[in-house]
Every structure is written in C-alpha cells, then in structure tokens.
Write a protein that binds this ligand. Structure first.
Ligand SMILES: NC(=O)c1ccc[n+]([C@@H]2O[C@H](COP(=O)([O-])OP(=O)(O)OC[C@H]3O[C@@H](n4cnc5c(N)ncnc54)[C@H](O)[C@@H]3O)[C@@H](O)[C@H]2O)c1
Length: 327
C-alpha cells in the first residue's frame, strides 16, 4: 500500500490516477486545506487530516500495510510564504518531520518527496543541474530545502531512502484531473481563465527582463509526466536504489508571452494582457537540466512540448466548463 499525502491536490490527484492505472493500492491523507473533495476517487481509502498528526499516521499504518509514501502535501505559494513564513515552516517542515518520524516508527523507509526548483534561488547558470548551489530566495523554497537536508540526515541515521524530485513548472491536465487553485498563482490556469472570460486579462509581472521578449522564461512540465516520474522513483527505491535529488523539467524554456501566444492559438480566444510590476524574487530564466531523471529513473516525457501541455489543460477546462454550465 502506498500512502499519498496531498492526494486531493493537483499533482497528487493525477499521480493517484496513474498509480491506480498500474493497479497499485493507494491510501490518501489530505487535510483539504487546498485540495478538492471531488478529486478523491470514491473507492480509494481517504483520511482527512494533517501530516503533522502522528497518531493518525500510526493509525493509517495499522489499518493498511504501508510500504512507501509519496509526500505531496505542502503549502506552495511563494508570495504567501514571504508574508506568513511561520505558517510555511510549521506546515511544510514541522509537520513534515512529524510525518517522517511516524513513517519510520511504522517501518516505512521509502519516500518520494515533492521538492522544487525554488530551492536553487537565483540561478548562476542555466540550464540548472542538480549540483547547482541551493540558495532559496523565499521561505517556501527554504522549507523544501530544509526537508531535503532533514531527509539526508534521516537516511544516514535511520536508513530512510528518498527521492526528492525538484519540479520546475507543473502544468496541463489529464482527461479527469487538472489544476484548480484558489487563489491561483500559476500562469497556465490564469491564462485559461482569461481565455474563458472568467477574468478580464492575465497579469504579466514585468516585461523588462533580460530575455528576448522581456518576460521571464520557465520550464513547463506536464502533470502526467510528473506523476509518471514519481512512480519511476518508487520503482528505483523498491529496486534498492539509493537516495537521490532529481530535477523534473523538459529542459526547454518558454517566456510568459510565448505561453500566452500559444494559448491564443489553441483556444482561438483573444487573451488580454495586463502588464504589472515585477514580483520580488522572480528570476529571469529557470530551465532544468533534466538529464539525471532520464539516466537514473529512465524517465521519458510523453508531453515534452508547450502545445500539448496547454492543449490538455484547455480540453480539460472545456469539459469542466461544459459540465458546470449544464449542471
Ligand atoms: N505545482 C507546481 O508547479 C509545483 C512546483 C514545484 C513543487 N511543487 C510541490 O508539489 C506538491 C504538490 O503541488 P500542487 O500544485 O499539487 O499543490 P496543491 O495545493 O494542489 O496540493 C497540495 C495538497 O496538500 C494538502 N495539504 C497541504 N498541507 C497539508 C497538511 N499539513 N496535511 C495534509 N494535507 C496538506 C492540500 O490540501 C492539497 O490538497 C507541493 O508539495 C508543492 O510544493 C509544485
């Protein structure tokens, strides 16, 4: 049985879908602070509660034969973490430690962890490989880096083996699940909201960066490719593989304006843009060197290009929209 924390969230629910397609037994733990009840498959055991609740995790372990954990649960807004660092360190680190301790107590020593390119901070060179210095520029990035260091110590002392996957920008949808955050801070869903007329325009934070069109460049990775990498990471650990930190991106950068232009073409809608001030701490270019994921995990993205990533999001949103209109 695999414990998926944060399984009611965006990436967690897609990974649950993929695990079930592989006939894996899954149990979900989520406090629904940011996730959706509707994302939970009715036939998967679900515990509503927090990763900091050691008693609850011990109970889950007693009621299910846990062999591994995929740990997605976290608060994940950069801006919010700057305003409320205490909340971020309590939720992501303090509660994260409680989860690790309870897992070890239950004999679970395999963990796949959601880390982030935000642990690198302002890059010294691009593409960013795993040995790039890690100097986060916000509490969110620090909370993830702290968890990486804690897991390394737990590996040495207690034999916890982990794969920390440092995602770049998750985007896209499967037929069943897509990205719905409230508030939404990610570019692709916000572009789609503007395309659907749910907002009047998409905000672009700064157009004077040292990039060809002046807007920041990011590496977008399809959520199903992310999910698939988690399953490969579990396989790596089950086969006795050692702990690793691995980037997940496509190694290809697209500017904010390129994302908007691609969305205009796919949706056929005019998408208005509102240029706003730069956000503090937004680097101009974040692109992964993703060679290690291919080499160590044998990962091959199925949606390596922006067009297919955006198309899947649009198709899912159209379906959702249609359902809401007819409901
Ligand atoms: N979306 C991205 O582009 C991206 C990039 C890098 C890293 N990540 C990381 O991936 C993970 C998943 O991201 P997402 O976009 O699916 O986020 P999400 O907010 O959609 O999902 C996170 C889930 O965790 C739950 N949760 C939060 N704190 C909890 C706690 N203390 N106990 C139990 N449940 C809790 C929330 O209710 C939510 O369902 C996060 O750890 C995030 O930091 C995401």
């Amino acid at each position: 049985m695999i414990l998926v924390t944060g399984g009611a969230g965006y990436i967690g629910s897609v990974t649950v879908e993929l695990l079930r397609a592989r006939s894996e037994n899954v149990v979900i733990l989520d406090n629904l602070s940011r996730g959706h009840n509707a994302a939970l498959p009715p036939d998967v055991p679900f515990y509503q509660g927090s990763i900091g609740d050691r008693e609850l995790i011990s109970r889950i372990a007693r009621e299910h034969d846990l062999e591994a954990c995929i740990h997605f649960a976290a608060l994940a807004y950069v801006g919010e973490s700057v305003a409320e660092p205490a909340r971020y360190f309590a939720n992501n680190v303090e509660q994260g430690i409680a989860l690790l301790d309870a897992l070890l107590k239950a004999g679970v020593r395999r963990l796949v962890f959601s880390s982030t390119c935000a642990t690198y901070g302002e890059p010294e060179q691009v593409p960013i490989s795993e040995d790039h210095p890690q100097r986060p520029t916000n509490p969110y990035g620090w909370s993830k880096l702290m968890m990486e260091r804690i897991m390394e110590s737990y590996d040495r002392a207690y034999g916890l083996r982990f794969v920390a996957l440092r995602y770049f920008n998750a985007a896209g949808a499967t037929v069943q699940s897509g990205e719905l955050h409230e508030p939404e801070s990610h570019l692709v869903p916000n572009v789609m909201r503007a395309a659907l007329g749910e907002t009047s325009a998409v905000s672009v934070f700064g157009n004077d960066y040292p990039t060809p069109d002046g807007t920041p460049i990011r590496d977008y990775i399809h959520v199903a490719d992310l999910g698939a990498a988690h399953i490969l990471a579990l396989d790596h650990l089950s086969a006795g593989g050692k702990s690793e930190c691995i980037n997940l991106g496509n190694g290809q950068g697209y500017s904010v304006m390129e994302v908007i232009e691609t969305a205009r073409q796919i949706t056929g809608r005019s998408i208005k843009v509102k240029i706003e001030a730069r956000r503090a701490g937004d680097p101009s270019r974040l692109v992964a060197d993703a060679a290690k994921a291919r080499k160590v995990l044998g990962w091959q993205p199925a949606y390596p290009d922006l067009v297919s990533i955006i198309r899947t999001d649009w198709e899912w949103r159209m379906k959702l929209h249609g359902k809401q209109i007819s409901a």
